[in-house]
Design a protein around this ligand. Structure first.
Ligand SMILES: C[S@@+](CC[C@H](N)C(=O)[O-])C[C@H]1O[C@@H](n2cnc3c(N)ncnc32)[C@H](O)[C@@H]1O
Length: 297
């Protein structure tokens, strides 16, 4: 049986829209109406805007992905039950429009992030930390994972490879990051994972994703990671510091970070040796109002 944590009947408001993780909402205590005789304005119901629909699609897909990963890795399920459950979940995903709808919603969402888009931030830091070469003789090789578009094409000093499970344009290559390999000596100068780790449902696979960055990033190369802010600022299992400690254990030293209203941006450099340190799932914030986003390394 699949745990009730993933009960699809649970109202969407019980899930954090950005992390897709269950969280208990604080409910306001009931107060008696004031005994004045002024007529109260009737509150109009909020219009269901495109933004709210988009958030709902993103949130639902995160939840379904999480459940899909949980079912796939559940050893206690028989083959038949597993197949039936997987196909049921895949149908649910198709019902909300599948990856296409999710990507379209993400693309529209990115427009709401103002000037702090990932590519703007990445370019700014590469200039600030003098990673950008003085001449364009040798371009820096950049791998953009989970790319909705090739945002780095316009930077002539970058040679960008953009990959995605479900490319939306010809400038993005269809590839699964987990299967993406490079021959020794051809590692990338820069690897960017923007809002991809939180797309993966299984906390162990999220850790595998970070681990795989070690194989793809050159020594002294740079890794950029962007996560929804609540994954770190309001998770029961993760904080900014813990996330940086995980990366440090994989040989990535933090150079800088930035929190916008919705996102957390990080720039790391691969300079350290990998340490055999593990980070199991442990509660770091107590209380009912946190989400369950976690990464296991
Ligand atoms: C929320 S979108 C992020 C898009 C963009 N990077 C951004 O910051 O706006 C997540 C994307 O990651 C892609 N993705 C998820 N897992 C992936 C994997 N294992 N390999 C390649 N792409 C992946 C999804 O297909 C999706 O397009």
């Amino acid at each position: 049986m699949v745990s009730s944590r993933f009960n699809m009947a649970a109202p969407l408001s019980n899930f954090s829209p950005q992390t897709g993780e269950a969280c208990q909402r604080k409910t306001g205590s009931f107060k008696a109406a004031p005994k004045d005789h002024k007529k109260k304005k009737k509150q109009k119901p909020k219009p269901i805007t495109e933004v709210r629909v988009d958030r709902s699609v993103i949130s639902k897909l995160h939840v379904l992905n999480k459940e899909l990963d949980a079912v796939r890795s559940d050893q206690s399920l028989s083959r038949g039950t597993k197949q039936a459950r997987v196909s049921q979940l895949e149908t649910e995903i198709q019902k909300i429009g599948g990856l296409d709808a999710y990507q379209a919603a993400s693309k529209r969402g990115a427009c709401c992030h103002g000037n702090t888009t990932t590519s703007n931030w990445v370019i700014k830091q590469l200039k600030k930390f003098k990673v950008k070469p003085a001449t364009e003789e040798k371009k820096l090789r950049l791998l953009d994972v989970g790319a909705l578009d090739n945002h780095y094409q316009r930077n002539s000093w970058l040679d960008c490879t953009a990959i995605d499970l479900n490319p939306q344009t010809d400038s993005v290559i269809k590839a699964d990051f987990f299967d993406f390999q490079v021959v020794e000596g051809c590692e990338y100068d820069i690897v960017v994972l923007s809002l991809v780790i939180n797309f993966v449902g299984d906390p162990k696979k999220r850790g595998d994703m970070l681990r795989h960055c070690c194989q793809l990033t050159k020594e002294n190369g740079h890794l950029f990671v962007v996560l929804p802010l609540p994954c770190l600022s309001n998770s029961r299992y993760l904080t900014h510091k813990l996330f940086c400690d995980m990366l440090d254990s994989l040989g990535f030293q933090k150079l800088c970070s930035h929190d916008s209203k919705r996102l957390s941006f990080f720039m790391f450099q691969r300079i350290g040796k990998r340490k055999s340190k593990s980070f199991p799932k442990q509660v770091v914030r107590k209380g009912p109002s946190h989400n369950n986003f976690s990464i296991i390394v």
